[in-house]
Design a protein around this ligand. Sequence first.
Ligand code: LR7
Ligand code: MN
Length: 577
Amino acid sequence: MAHCGRRNRPKLLLFLFGVTLVGYLIFFRHNSADVSATNRREAPGERDLDNKELKKPVYERLPLDLNALGEMGRAVKLNLNGEEKIKEEESIKKHQINTYVSDKVSLHRRLPERWNPLCRELKYDYRSLPTTSVVIAFYNEAWSTLLRTVHSVLETSPNILLKEVVLVDDYSDRAHLKEPLEKYISGLRKVRLIRATKREGLVRARLLGASITTGDVLTFLDCHCECHEGWLEPLLHRIKEEPSAVVCPVIDVIDWNTFEYLGNSGEPQIGGFDWRLVFTWHAVPDYEQKRRRSPIDVIRSPTMAGGLFAVSRNYFHYLGTYDTGMEVWGGENLEFSFRIWQCGGSLEVHPCSHVGHVFPKKAPYSRSKALANSVRAAEVWMDEYKEVYYHRNPHARLEAFGDVSERKKLREELGCKSFKWYLDNVYPDIHVPEDRPGMFGMLKNRGKNQHCFDYNPVDEHVVVGQRVILYPCHGMGQNQFFEYSTDGEIRYNTREPAGCVVGDNISTYLTLQACKKRGQHIPPDQKFVFREDGSLYHVVSQKCVQAVDKTDNGTPAPSLQPCSDSLHQKWFFEERM
Ligand code: LR7
Ligand code: MN
């Protein structure tokens, strides 16, 4: 199937040429006084700042057509049928993004204001800010999402601050990314393209891009982003103020289907992780709110999502750039986050810098290397806490992760702090499981052969409300991983925030509810005594947890029953099969 963007390209180029021409005419008409006064002709985007004043730069952009599809971040809703509907569906199948819609949205569209209104008041001394190079790695990206990223950087970044935009082709095999891309960007100032000669993965692709840059600061973006006016200044200003700060913009969501620009101007979220080493989003914790003096102060974040951040070039090199033993996708974001904090830097989100990112419907390419990448991060940075990770991911222990001795040496040379220091000081909100021997893993029944506690949340992120069932034990951690705590909770804590098993005397079945927070009392219905004889005694109901086959909905499940000697009331933990 021909790619939509590709098939329409001649028309698209013609259209762009036309629009650019109109843009030029309007620009010169508007600025005719300026032009004749200085007697200097400049291309759009090239005007430098007034030498005397420190005023805000004027962004030179194409005239705004408010009626265009998706303009100002509006959702695109098309009523398609027949052949067009099929084309749309094919585009989604190919990219996991509705590129049929994306192709219809202007590459120059404006976005609705999403920052805190106080951000508007910030003034910058533009000539003293560091310059930046923006590095964008891509692998088989669609035409319009990639080029909208490029245009949005060019059209929202003050000329004086932007050294160049470096595109890195990570060995894509799609035709539109070959010659047509080269031709297109040859007409764009400051945009350079470099190609990998084999699939490098995003870590080495970004480093390849960084190696040809000249700016003081490296700014990394994914290849399906849209920047707001004013996104760059706060990042660069913060790095000038604190060169060891790695600063992320607020990441807003662009809908993969409608290209609606979502997100709001409220408090941004920050990054954390769970013990599977999966990145998570969190509200800003109270202690951090207290530390900040204003809603537009930077927010310290334990981790970053990974794709969008600015770092001083020198500091990035001092910190050992990236772990080049990481392949394709995954793990590098947590590895870099741990390293930044443990080695003396700080990781922050700037509430005045907003960038949108298209989150695809599902992963568009294989991410099987993520496991080995995570293991590398755990081996180098997590000290004894790597065991907490391995307990929940028994298969990770068997993963071939290559040689990490160079990274360990780096940690030594930089004199980085321990993972315990990081947890205590940077991420005190994370619950650190106790993982006492014999008290975590699969919770197996002695009567019902090879059946274990199992919890399968409908939504990855909402770990409450459903019933705990019994399912053949699989030994893979994940949905069958539970921990018995010294407080008498049965915790389901592979994901964060953790869920705790609750006994309901009326239904007799067990469900999951949010665990108590630090300093709170344990709700009585969440308290179990795991007795010497293997019984699980539920204190408030004075009953025991029994494996029951014939339940109201037909799925075997643990249930509260009068205590007896039955093997169906005897349980034990096992880490692996
Ligand atoms: O082999 C590859 N080569 C590449 O050049 C694989 C990917 N890439 C490029 C890719 O084209 C894209 O520009 O690398 C970039 C990131 O890949 P995505 O967009 O497929 O990743 P993602 O957005 O799903 O994943 C997030 O986590 C990744 C972990 O490795 C990276 O850190 C991504 O940059 C990161 N994206 C973000 O942080 C944006 C916000 C998403 C969230 C949460
Ligand atoms: Mn992405």
